[in-house]
Design a protein around this ligand. Structure first.
Ligand code: GLN
Length: 502
């Protein structure tokens, strides 16, 4: 059934800022309903997703039922919440009962979770309506979505290129206008890197800001759920809905409020320029560096000042991350044994064979590689040399960040060394793929928040991202600064032409 709207067009309600969209739904006298918004988002998915593969599953019935509940509240004079009627895409490693949850892995074939992920439940509590589960690299391991067992997602700015990963489906969905908001997860960059490559905003919260309950664990000490959106204001609205302590995740902690602070100014802002994050000499890094320099010039003109910072240990962050994350993954993924979840190998004659065959058939190559690396790094005789050493480096890295934030308010860098690369370009080169995370993993190792915002395009018309890093609990300030930078620089979300494919 078609809604009252055509799927695309000037001043389309689905393209409004989230606060304005929800305000129209909440306004009883406005003809816009949540059901119409969700129907239109579903129509866009139907038209655009065959070319993008951003969704693994469309949850039309669920989203429409949630929308009907929102509309009923409006009619009854109740407040349906700040995200009233806003379509939400959910990464397929977050639990939504009644829908399949695959983590883009064959091993979870046929699995549907019994309970809600807290973050999703809270977004729905604020009025959001889930339109589908998005594609990812298998178990969130990767930087391109090419490790998905269900085919790669495509970048809306150039479908021959990747959208980044692992939350690539969520990023493509938002960038293409199929959903104004999406949830992603970020263990080493998986919200920020795809946000950068798809020209949108993505925020990795402070560790402990958002509940991980119902998020399929990859590396539990690094994983965070966070918002992906077209603007910092929209990302803030979703973060406000999902943040907060949760009895189901003992690592959540009370943190400073997220309300906008209108008094935040670029004038007087001290931003750190980290020597080790410079891209001079990095192959292909010229355009990203030029875009960051452009923003720095805007900041300086607005009265901000650059502080030179050195964080020597960030040069070790890729090796440290690729010990810690696989170590935790090898333990977390032990639960997929063919007994409790999803797929089970057939025609086996022993329990050992059941485990081995299920895992061999169910996991893809990258997941197996991580399990092998992690098991090795934790094994007796090697744990001291690898895992414990990596953990010690991690503590020192956090201390270096703490010292940096005594000298400046935020750190500023590119999000990725280059814009989106071609599908297949790095697929057979794990090390090249791991290096995509060179500018993002340190925030996870240190547990600090970081946001990627659009900062222009390459000469080929591909988006580039700027990253702001903050002290623990400073997401509110990062969002304020992000909003001021967008105003001052004029950079922001620019709809890709795929959207005009009526
Ligand atoms: N690309 C990184 C990895 O492959 C980060 C993934 C993530 O943040 N989930 O591990």
């Amino acid at each position: 059934m078609l809604g009252a709207f055509t799927p695309f067009g000037a001043d389309h309600p689905l393209d409004l800022p989230v606060a304005a969209m929800a305000a129209r739904v909440r306004d009883k006298d406005d003809a816009l309903t949540a059901v119409e918004l969700v129907q239109t988002a579903l129509l866009r998915i139907e038209l655009l997703d065959p070319g993008l593969n951003a969704f693994l599953c469309v949850t039309g019935e669920l989203g429409l039922a949630q929308a009907a509940a929102v509309d009923a509240k409006v009619q009854a004079g109740e407040d349906p919440g700040p995200l009233a009627g806003v379509p939400l895409a959910v990464k397929d490693n977050l639990a939504v009962p009644g829908a399949p949850m695959t983590c883009a892995s064959k091993i979870l074939e046929g699995y549907s979770p019994p309970t809600w992920a807290t973050s999703v439940e809270r977004a729905i509590g604020a009025g959001a309506c889930v339109v589908g589960k998005t594609n990812l690299d298998e178990f969130a391991m990767g930087s391109s979505t090419e490790n998905s067992a269900f085919g790669p997602s495509r970048n809306p700015y150039d479908p021959a290129r990747v959208p980044g990963g692992s939350s690539g489906g969520s990023a493509a969905a938002v960038a293409a206008g199929m959903a104004p908001l999406a949830l992603g997860s970020d263990t080493g960059g998986s919200i920020r890197q795809p946000a950068a490559l798809c020209g949108i905003v993505g925020l990795k919260p402070t560790y402990g800001r958002v509940s991980r309950s119902g998020l399929v664990a990859f590396a539990s000490s690094l994983d965070q759920v966070g918002p992906m959106a077209r603007s910092a204001a929209d990302a803030r609205a979703l973060l406000q809905a999902i943040a907060g302590t949760d009895p189901l995740d003992a690592t959540t902690r009370p943190m400073p409020a997220l309300e906008p602070d209108e008094s935040t100014r670029l004038d007087g802002l001290r931003y750190g320029t980290v020597t080790e994050f410079g891209l001079d000499g990095v192959p292909g890094g010229e355009q990203a560096q030029a875009a960051v320099n452009g923003v720095r010039a805007t900041l300086d003109a607005a009265g901000a000042s650059s502080v030179a910072i050195s964080l020597p240990l960030v040069t070790s962050s890729i090796p440290v991350y690729y010990i810690v994350a696989p170590a935790e993954a090898s333990s977390n993924l032990a639960r997929y044994d063919g007994v409790r979840y999803g797929r089970r190998a057939e025609d086996v004659d022993s329990l050992q064979a059941l485990y081995a065959r299920t895992r061999d058939e169910g996991f893809g190559d990258e997941v197996k590689r991580r399990i092998l690396i992690g098991t090795f790094a934790l094994s007796s005789g090697y744990a001291d040399a690898y895992y414990k050493k990596a953990m010690a480096a991690r503590t020192r890295l956090r201390e270096q960040f703490d010292a940096a934030f005594e000298q400046c308010d935020v750190l500023l860098s590119a999000t990725t060394p280059t814009a989106a690369f071609g599908v297949g370009e790095k697929a057979d080169d794990p090390l090249a793929m791991y290096l995509c995370d060179i500018l993002t993993v340190a925030a996870n190792l240190a547990g600090i928040p970081a946001i990627s915002i659009p900062c222009g395009m390459t000469t080929d018309g591909l988006p580039l991202g700027l990253q702001l890093w903050g002290r623990p609990g400073s997401e509110g300030q990062l969002l304020d600064v992000a909003e001021r930078i967008a105003e001052a620089s004029g950079h922001g979300y620019v709809a890709p032409s795929v959207k005009g494919a009526e």
